[in-house]
Design a binder for this molecule. Structure first.
Ligand code: NAD
Length: 286
């Protein structure tokens, strides 16, 4: 039987759903896939040790690794090659070991794009406001501009972060396509927007609440959530109640895993089955 050895490097990844998602999908393909978590907190090593861990995994015969916070940038100097999305973003969430080389990919970008296309088909993409310009926010912003958003306005409680990301995106996608604004300008920026993308941790079990006043949500505004635990965040529920078209964060999580599964195994993942698995897994408290 063909077998694959894979894993995830990051901090605090004990509750990750990735092992179950990948292993269930492999079972359905009739192949054996083992997916181990290599938690730097549990191992008692600094994030900079990601290079040693990647090197060790390669020598031990791993087929590939997922990489998460806080190692997505730190891993880059330890790789031989980057796929285009990873190079553009400067962040890697998937490493494939092939023919003696370690190749970095970013399936967060492709994952969000597929989730958006599936969940909000034909959504207008003239003017989009995004809250949160951190790791997930950078991946999602790249995906949105690749999808053809005309004007993306980034807001973050750390204004320098939003400004730096907007500048990098405008350099890559063209002046005027990415802007930043102060977080307290959200009402003004949303007034004429087609859509809102939420990429801050607000709404996670550890950070409950809404990232903006519910009164700003209105029918005609679509809302895409990136937080996926819980799947139905306070923002997601408020958006639905306000009559918005909505996208939860589960699709991005599943499609990034599906793209990584394809890279690790060469097999075509069945994404609808993985979405159903994810819904079951996410219903269990972290
Ligand atoms: P991060 O810490 O890198 O970035 C979060 C950013 O949000 C920071 O820049 C912070 O200043 C900003 N912020 C916080 N509260 C804010 C507010 N009220 N208004 C505006 N900005 C605010 O975190 P991250 O890695 O980008 O993760 C963000 C969320 O995305 C987490 O909940 C994470 O679980 C989720 N995520 C989901 C997926 C997925 O596949 N669906 C993938 C990655 C991350």
């Amino acid at each position: 039987m063909t077998s694959y050895l894979t894993g995830l490097i990051g901090s605090g990844i004990g509750p990750s759903l990735s092992p179950a998602l990948h292993e269930h999908e492999a079972d359905r393909h009739g192949v054996r896939l083992v997916y181990r978590t290599l938690d730097i907190e549990v191992l008692g090593v600094a994030p900079e040790a990601v290079g040693d861990l990647v090197h060790a995994a390669r020598r031990l015969g791993f087929d590939g690794l997922n990489i998460t916070h806080p190692c997505k940038q730190l891993v880059i100097p330890h790789l031989d090659e980057l796929a285009p999305e990873a190079a553009e973003l400067g962040a890697v969430n998937t490493v494939v070991f092939r023919d003696g080389r370690a190749i970095g990919h970013n399936t967060d970008v492709t994952g969000f794009a597929q989730s958006f296309a599936r969940g909000l088909p034909d959504a207008p993409t003239g003017d989009v406001v995004q809250l949160g310009a951190g790791g997930a926010g950078a991946a999602v912003a790249h995906a949105l501009l690749n999808l053809g958003v005309d004007r993306l306005t980034l807001l973050d409680t750390d204004p320098a972060r939003a400004a730096a990301l907007a500048e990098a995106l405008a350099g890559r996608f063209g002046p005027g396509r990415a802007l930043s604004a102060a977080a307290d300008e959200v009402a003004d920026r949303l007034a004429d927007a087609d859509g809102l993308v939420h990429a801050t941790p607000t709404g996670m079990s550890a950070h409950p609440g809404l990232p903006l006043p519910a009164a700003l949500l209105r029918p005609g505004l679509w809302v895409a959530e990136v937080v996926y635990r819980p799947l139905e965040t306070e923002l997601f529920d408020a958006a639905r109640a306000a009559g918005c078209r909505t996208l939860d964060g589960g699709g991005m999580a599943v499609f990034q895993a599906a793209d990584a599964f394809r890279l690790f195994t060469g097999l075509e993942p069945h994404t609808e089955r993985m979405l159903a698995d994810f819904a079951d897994l996410a219903a269990t408290p972290a």
